[in-house]
Each structure stands twice: as C-alpha cells, then as structure tokens.
Design a protein around this ligand. Structure first.
Ligand SMILES: C[S@@+](CC[C@H](N)C(=O)[O-])C[C@H]1O[C@@H](n2cnc3c(N)ncnc32)[C@H](O)[C@@H]1O
Length: 324
C-alpha cells in the first residue's frame, strides 16, 4: 500500500461553521458559503451529480484527461510534489499520476473529511509506492500557504498545484485572484498550476447542469439546510424551500438559490432568522469563462497561461499556468 501519513487537521475551527452561517443569513441577500455542502450526505450526493447526464462538467473533464494526461505529464518535470486543493474523490489526479514518474509527495487538501477519506481509499491501492500526506483544511484561508507548508514537507521550489472540477468558478473574480495568488506562491518559482476551467456555453445547457430532472442537485442544495439542522441545532423545514438555478448574465455565472416558499422563521443556535415568501438564500456561484477572460484573470495573479487542452465542443479546458 502507499505510504499514507495520518490525516492532519490544518486551519479549520469548530466555531467557524456557526459564525459563517449566522453572518451569511443576516445579510440583505442571504447567503451560505458553498464550502459547507460536503458533509457525508453532501459528498455522496455530489458523487451522484458527477454521473448525471445533464452535469457535463465531470464527464467532459475526464474525457480530456483520458485523451491528454500523457501530453500534460510530458510538460512536467520529474520529482514534483502535487497539491490538490478540494481533491474530492481523487479520481482525476489518478489519470495524471499514471503518467508521471517519481512524484515526491501527493497532498490531497480537503475541507470534507468524508471526501478526503474517499480519495485515500481510491488512490492508495492504485499507487502503492506513492507518498501521500492528506490534509484537512480550507484553501480559501489567507494563511493557507503558510499553514500548508508548515503541515507538510513540501519543497518550496517546484510543485504542481492541481485544481480541477471548475472549483475556481465558485469564487468572485477578486477571491479567485487571491486563491490563484496563493497557488502561485505554493507552486514555487519553477512550479506549475493546472486548473480545470468551465467555458461559456449555451445558457440552457448551463441551467440544466445545475437543475437536473432527477432532482439530485436540488437534494444536494437543500442538504445544506439539513446540515445546519444536524450540526447547529437549526429548525429549517426543508420542504419549505425550493431549489433554483439562475444564469446571471452580468457576472457570467450560474447561481444556485434556495427560495423560501412562504413567510417563515428559523432558529439556529438560539438566533431567529426571518424569511418572507419568495426570498432566497444564495448558496453557490459557478462562473463561466472564455479562454481570454480566464487568461486575464490568471495574469492578475502573476500566472501565465502556457498551454490548454480542450474537448471538441469547447465546453471545458484544462489550463496549465506558470509563474510570470
Ligand atoms: C466541485 S467539488 C470538485 C471535486 C474534485 N476536485 C473534482 O474535480 O471532481 C469541490 C471539492 O472541493 C472541496 N472544497 C470546497 N471548498 C473547499 C475549501 N474551502 N477548502 C478545501 N476544500 C474545499 C469540497 O469538499 C469538494 O470535494
């Protein structure tokens, strides 16, 4: 079996979930951070989403990896360490690992313990000689680079930061630049950043991808309220909310909302939150880029777009970046 070290807990605290929920639900436009979707039920629902017909994102990114992972690996030097923030199931990195020689360490970095364990169970039998240093933590924290390098034995010069799944699209341009700036520091002067980027496409394709007929995405979205009930003594009546996906033209993004079906109040850890009928909680953004808009965004984090690999329909791109 691989040399898997014990899971280390990095930069998440027990009170953060409650603080983030109360702060999000007391804003004018109520919001909840999407990083909390992935408790054990949410992680399982996300895995179901990845194989839905409407959710082209995973299927297409996997097809690009199947076709090009050898070419991608050829662009990378030997003796790299790979860090994968938000690694999820770990299925995608397996394609790269299969073609890379002498990877020093693989650091799966996840906020969800369930996802992290799942990725270890998937990867360790496939790569028996690989050193894996799993880390439980939050890649959106400002101190992320400092903590990550402290918690692992990473070389500071030549790393690959691998960030598939269009997870970058979950963040506003300002936050996406901050995250890529951290990746820039993490990969080192001779390092690389490989990002999965979801491209602008027909609006109905996008809307359907986040609102499937079987209702799995709706269940995934609503599970966030169930998680608040379970972990923060919340009193949400889940049936009183409806899932909605909306396209925001101005920001070129899909938004997921939970719309209150009636006027109602909810208690969370002794705090009352009021909803009027039709009011929504904004739970997720998924920004869609053109190659040019992504290139410009990356440049603001001092990363230069070196090469892209795309599917035939130009739905999705894997973008290899290097420090400027
Ligand atoms: C959209 S999924 C993508 C999963 C995987 N990378 C893929 O491409 O299939 C996002 C993943 O990032 C993790 N995640 C979300 N926010 C995070 C954060 N702030 N810090 C660490 N992991 C996070 C989630 O738990 C989830 O596994």
């Amino acid at each position: 079996m691989s040399q898997v070290t014990a899971i280390k807990k990095s930069n998440i605290t027990d009170t953060e979930f409650l603080n983030d929920v109360i702060s999000g639900l007391t804003q004018q436009q109520k919001t909840l951070p999407c990083k909390y979707f992935y408790d054990d039920k949410g992680a399982a629902l996300f895995e179901q989403i990845t194989s839905l017909q409407e959710y082209y994102v995973t299927r297409i990114e996997l097809s690009i990896l199947e076709q090009y992972s050898q070419s991608i690996a050829q662009m990378l030097p030997e003796n790299l360490s790979i860090i994968e923030p938000g690694c999820g199931s770990g299925k995608k990195v397996a394609y790269l690992l299969a073609h890379m020689a002498n990877v020093k360490t693989f650091v799966p970095f996840e906020i969800s313990e369930e996802m992290l364990s799942y990725s270890l169970a998937h990867l360790s039998p496939l790569f028996p000689d690989l050193a894996i240093s799993p880390l439980l933590g939050d890649f959106t924290h400002n101190q992320m680079v400092k903590q990550l390098t402290k918690d692992t034995a990473l070389d500071s010069q030549t790393n690959l930061v691998y960030f598939p799944g269009s997870t970058l699209g979950n963040f506003s341009p300002v936050k996406a630049i901050e995250i890529m700036n951290n990746f820039h520091r993490l990969c080192g002067v001779n390092g690389y950043v490989l990002i999965g980027v979801d491209l602008v496409k027909e609006r109905q394709v996008l809307l359907d991808a986040y609102n499937d007929k079987a209702g799995v995405t709706a269940a995934f979205n609503k599970n966030l309220l169930q998680r608040i009930n379970n972990e923060l003594n919340g009193t949400f009546n889940i049936d009183n909310f409806s899932h909605e996906s909306r396209f925001n033209e101005q920001h070129s993004r899909i938004e997921m909302h939970l719309v209150s079906n009636c006027t109602q109040s909810v208690i969370i850890n002794d705090q009352q939150i009021d909803f009027i009928e039709g009011e929504s909680i904004h739970t997720e953004n998924s920004h869609k880029y053109t190659l040019e808009s992504f290139k410009q965004l990356a440049a603001q984090a001092n990363l230069k777009l070196e090469q892209t690999w795309q599917d035939d329909s130009n739905y999705f791109a894997l973008c290899l970046l290097r420090p400027l």
